[in-house]
Design a protein around this ligand. Structure first.
Ligand SMILES: *Cc1c(COP(=O)(O)O)cnc(C)c1O
Length: 377
């Protein structure tokens, strides 16, 4: 990935993702104010920080009081630790046994849900003269990772808790967000199980289950730690509560070429679009390999010189075409906004997700490594 962190660094491509670090900081402040001083914030920066560049946004999050940085995989954790060993990094996913030594080496905090794996991690930690931190994952109904609360699992957690070279620092679960009744059931299962473990002498510095939606909609679910992802980037998904956050990402490009075509001519593969009038067609150097949804054919648009222009024809891997006949003074090199915050009429991430038939996180996380990231304050 090319990261144009320095202002003067050469931008090697017109198609780029501009990330406003001021907005990420603003969103963190809003979350912190909402949650209050008793609740630790663990921003989720898996999938390269939902496309924003995990290592590049991490310093802003730490400056704004993040207690931890959460990722999904060991590879993501190692990338962050390579950038800065002092960042506290938590892996929410499973790490296979054969790779656990990396967790120990790099002082990463690992999700654990079996005694066998905890024992191995304990052994590796002892050999390295370290005490590795773990958070226990409880399955309260999602059936993705963790074990269902039971007497057996309680025994297992208590045994893990006794391992000398592990620190059981936290316990967590994840909501399926099916509905109020199901949320409440998951919340109750989790808190009852935690109480039972506490009665048996376990203690957990962090207890957490709330993602972006849950931490806004259900204040009581914040416990003493929250795991917001989407909110950090300014994506709004809540239904009951409210928090003012701002979209941090702008996805832009510039016209590579203009074509002056006659009425009746086709554009792109299979000529699925044909000009109904003599037209000016702009080639834009972005495509589905950059993470733009290929199914936005006949739906996608960009903003060029203040005008909303439709993408026409099949979206190719690296390029697509737009009908710019109505754009005043259109010229090659002119900027096109692919996704913006909407204030300029640009397509927001929310609109892109609705048009593509997916969710907002998918739209931003799928933006590939190819477009350079540019950071502004
Ligand atoms: C991705 C993820 C989150 C963050 O989800 P958002 O909806 O983006 O806030 C929180 N917890 C876990 C376990 C996750 O996998």
């Amino acid at each position: 990935m090319v990261t144009s962190e320095e202002k003067n660094q050469e931008l090697l491509r017109d198609t780029c993702v501009e990330v406003d670090l001021g907005r990420i900081a603003y969103n963190m402040k809003q979350i912190r104010e909402m949650a209050g001083p008793e609740v630790a914030i663990m921003p989720v920066i898996k999938a390269n920080g939902y496309g924003h560049g995990a290592a590049a946004i991490a310093p802003t999050l730490i400056d704004e009081g993040a207690a931890y940085l959460a990722v999904a995989t060991l590879t993501e954790a190692l990338e962050l630790k390579a950038a800065n060993m002092s960042w506290p990094v938590f892996i929410m996913g499973h790490t296979p046994d054969r790779l656990l030594h990396h967790v120990v080496d790099k002082d990463i905090t690992q999700t654990i849900f079996s005694f066998e794996q905890a024992e191995l991690l304990n052994e590796l930690s002892g050999k390295a003269d370290k005490r590795t931190k773990v958070h226990i994952k409880v399955d309260t109904g999602f059936h993705r990772l963790g074990k269902v609360p039971s007497d057996d699992f309680a025994d297992e957690v208590c045994r893990i808790n006794e391992l000398p070279d592990l620190e059981v620092e936290g316990i967590f679960t994840h909501l399926a967000l099916t509905g109020d009744a199901e949320n409440e059931e998951q919340f109750r299962l989790f808190t009852d199980f935690v109480s039972l473990l506490e009665d048996r002498g376990c203690s957990f510095r962090y207890k957490h289950l709330a993602d972006s939606i849950a931490c806004v909609d259900f204040p009581e679910y914040r416990l003493n730690m929250i795991r917001p992802g989407a909110l950090i980037y300014g994506m709004v998904g809540y239904h009951k509560g409210h928090l003012d956050v701002k979209q941090a990402m702008t996805f832009k490009t510039a016209i590579s070429q203009l074509h002056y075509i006659s009425r009746g001519e086709g554009v792109s593969y299979d000529y699925l679009w044909k000009a109904e009038r003599d037209s000016i067609i702009a080639t834009l150097p972005f495509g589905y390999a950059d993470g733009y949804p290929r199914n936005l054919r006949d739906k996608g648009y960009v903003i060029i010189n203040g005008v909303k222009v439709p993408l026409v024809g099949v979206i190719c891997m690296d390029q697509c075409m737009a009908d710019v006949t109505d754009v005043p003074d259109v010229c090659e090199g002119m900027e096109a906004v692919i996704y913006g915050d909407g204030t300029d009429g640009s397509m927001t991430i929310a609109e892109a997700s609705a048009l593509a038939g997916t969710n907002k996180n998918d739209i931003i996380a799928r933006i590939s490594a190819r477009p350079p990231r540019v950071y502004i304050k």
